[in-house]
Ligand binder design. Sequence first.
Ligand SMILES: Cc1cc2nc3c(=O)[nH]c(=O)nc-3n(C[C@H](O)[C@H](O)[C@H](O)COP(=O)(O)OP(=O)(O)OC[C@H]3O[C@@H](n4cnc5c(N)ncnc54)[C@H](O)[C@@H]3O)c2cc1C
Ligand code: SF4
Length: 328
Amino acid sequence: MKRFKHLEAASVEEAVAALKEYGSGQVMAGGSDLMGCLKDNLWMESPEAVINLKTIPGLDEIRREDGGLHLGALATLTRISESATVRGGWPCLAEAARKTGSPLLRNMGTIAGNICQQNRCWYFRYPDKLGGRIDCVRKGGKRCLAVPGDHRYHSIFGAVKKCIAVNPSDTAPALVALDALVETDRRSIPIDAFFSAERGAVSTVLEHDEIVTSIFVPNQAAGTCGAFRKVAVRKSIDFALVNCAAVVTMENGVVKAARICLNGVHNNPYRCTASEEYLTGKALTQEAATEAGRLAVAAAKPLMLNSYKVPMAGTTVADTLMDCAKQA
Ligand SMILES: Cc1cc2nc3c(=O)[nH]c(=O)nc-3n(C[C@H](O)[C@H](O)[C@H](O)COP(=O)(O)OP(=O)(O)OC[C@H]3O[C@@H](n4cnc5c(N)ncnc54)[C@H](O)[C@@H]3O)c2cc1C
Ligand code: SF4
């Protein structure tokens, strides 16, 4: 790992000022993703400073407030998964947090770090001290190694700027399904506009000196139910091959509105809008859920080694919807 300055921010303003001062600086929350990135030297310009956010008081609050749920950026995944407030009002988010990584990672990992984490493509993450740096498109190089190489865990919905790495976050699809708002030191960003693999080595629309301060999750309308499912090789600790969150509002026995999001299948979390439209006005039966699952992956363009993900994603959407139906 290259040497860097370790700064302890006492306020959001101080952290933003430090990011402005150190153009290559990175903020750290739990550090469970950032430390791996530093160790493997992922950036073109190695960070001169790491700015610790955990020293900022009050940034880890979880509370119900007018109109919804306030999650401080530093709220850990363990606290979110165990919070009676979150479990009672927004159970799919609590479940997504509970299914992330291992207990140790959930104790360290924060909600903001979870949605800002880097992708896990093994060419991108390859440590440069082992046989030399692999400069793929996302690291400033000219080609993607995964397309002609081993892409068993990569996108089934094509590339963004020649890159087929997937967004690995477990909480991102739940926040998308719940239509959350990401609050930063300078603006509110609707979750649908937050993720942006188009920007290369970063996975969100955040400016370099911009910090997530909290996430707001609106109250759910009466008759709303939600569920989260994750499929991974090892249940105890692993990134999702595919995960899915669904939030469905029922009225008079039919679906009034639905938001469904897959992750682990594309560079950005993938809203299943065709499935949402199809379900509206229908009873949430097994037949309707299966058709919604089929529609969710109708536009898939899998590669040679990842076509198994297409039926897996379709079935996960259908199963998540049936979990919602059981609560309705
Ligand atoms: C072995 C292992 C298994 C894992 N399994 C999973 C898994 O199953 N599911 C999953 O989703 N993730 C998993 N992760 C990834 C990661 O640990 C989690 O996503 C965790 O929630 C990251 O949070 P953190 O607070 O530790 O982030 P950090 O490592 O501190 O930060 C991650 C990134 O977010 C940025 N960042 C952090 N906070 C802010 C902020 N407030 N504003 C702006 N930028 C910010 C940092 O600069 C950094 O780029 C795993 C990681 C490891 C090492
Ligand atoms: S998928 Fe993206 S991150 Fe992976 S090798 Fe290709 S360009 Fe790099």
